[in-house]
Write a protein that binds this ligand. Structure first.
Ligand code: UDP
Length: 373
């Protein structure tokens, strides 16, 4: 086997960015090993039999406030407008979500100016100066009724926990707006890679110094390959250490792909179900990709406790064990030049833009540590 400078475990966004930078900037050779049979991590998308592009591990609505990241990624992809519009089904009625003025008017059955809406929520919200969990956070923004109708059951399904047992940052991902902006996120840049994420990442690592071995677990190869510069590990942090301190808590999903013999199934890309049914959301991606097709495909998401880890669970009860793993990881970095980067390896609930920005930082860190200019 040819010697490599970097051994990278996982072929998701983090891995692709680091391999690309190492090749383009330093002329380093990378070997990426990936246990799945495709690159792109959970951003993986592919064309279904119907001809429609699908996000196979849940929708990834790319958004960022980093112009530098957009400039960087634009070398590997063109972009199409995102149109990330979501509705929530509450008592058989679809409401715009995140909550905005239109939601409030429909929910309370009266018109609101921004000031009137603020005053109204002020009168019903439950003030927590420093919300300590997701329940307190949402109640302090919109009060109990909206919390119970839009957040409580969705969160219990998604996490298998009560919102009061989750950090405030979890429900804090969702804005509440006093205007009629109905986009899912606030970021200034909200576009999708024109040919899909997989194509973007494939372009990124299409370099003679980068090789990829799919269907290969890092544990199979870690003793066979001694990289000259460093290892980058992007898998689950506890798995790296054989769960020696006990398992970290992860949340997983099952995806059910349903094909329909009609052009449109739902009114927007995503419908959320904050109720007792066992799926959280349905995604009809063609609303955002702009693909035209007489048939349609909708993916149903069923949360579960076991299975592939998709989400770390941001909660006080998981912090201590994570911190102990983090200490082990720091020693590993210092003594063995193994760098832990990405959502799974850092046990952080981050979006792909943050993951890629962190990857750029990790690349710079490795370069500094290895004294390469
Ligand atoms: N959430 C909710 N109701 C919704 C949508 C989201 O209570 O209709 C909460 C839920 O706890 C969810 C979190 O907000 O896990 C973050 O939602 P987001 O859509 O950002 O989740 P992701 O796309 O990362 O799964």
């Amino acid at each position: 086997m040819e010697p490599v400078d970097l051994l990278i475990a996982g072929a998701g966004p983090t891995a692709c960015v680091i391999a690309e930078r190492a090749a383009a900037v330093l002329g380093w050779r990378s070997l990426i090993v990936e246990k799945r049979h495709h690159i792109g991590g959970n951003c993986f998308d592919e064309v279904h039999d119907s001809g429609l592009l699908l996000h196979r591990y849940g929708p990834h609505y790319f958004r960022t406030s980093s112009q530098a990241l957009v400039t960087y990624l634009s070398r590997f992809t063109d972009w199409i407008d995102g149109h990330y519009l979501v509705r929530s089904l509450v008592r058989d009625r679809l409401y715009p979500f995140p909550i905005n003025l239109n939601t409030l008017e429909a929910y309370f059955g009266r018109p609101f100016t921004a000031t009137q809406a603020r005053d109204h929520l002020e009168s019903i919200r439950e003030p927590f100066a420093e919300p300590e969990n997701s329940e307190q956070l949402v109640m302090s923004l919109v009060g109990r009724a909206l919390y119970e109708d839009f957040y409580l059951e969705y969160t219990k399904k998604q996490w298998g926990r009560h919102p009061r047992d989750l950090d405030a940052s979890v429900c804090g991902r969702i804005p509440v707006r006093y205007n009629r902006d109905d986009r899912y996120t606030d970021a200034p840049f909200q576009k999708l890679p024109a040919a899909g994420y997989t194509a973007m990442f494939a372009n990124m690592i299409d370099h003679p110094l980068i090789s990829v071995r799919l269907g290969t677990d890092y544990s199979e190869i870690r003793r066979q390959v001694e990289p000259r510069q460093a290892t980058v590990y992007t898998g689950p942090l506890d798995e790296y250490f054989d769960r020696s301190l006990g398992p970290l808590e992860w949340r997983s999903l099952d995806f059910e792909v349903r094909e329909f013999d009609k052009e449109w199934v739902q009114p927007c890309v995503q419908v959320n179900y904050p109720d007792a049914r066992d799926y959280t959301r349905t995604v009809e991606l063609k609303h955002t990709t702009g693909q035209r097709n007489p048939r349609s495909v909708v993916i149903y998401e069923y949360p579960r406790a076991d299975g592939e880890p998709y989400y770390p669970v941001p909660a006080a009860s998981n912090r201590e064990r994570y911190a102990r793993y983090r200490d082990l990881a720091d020693v590993e970095t210092r003594h063995k030049r193994v760098y832990f980067c990405g959502r799974l390896a850092e046990y952080r609930y981050i979006n792909s833009d943050t993951a890629m920005l962190n990857a750029l930082d990790t690349f710079e860190r490795i370069r500094r540590d290895r004294h390469v200019d």
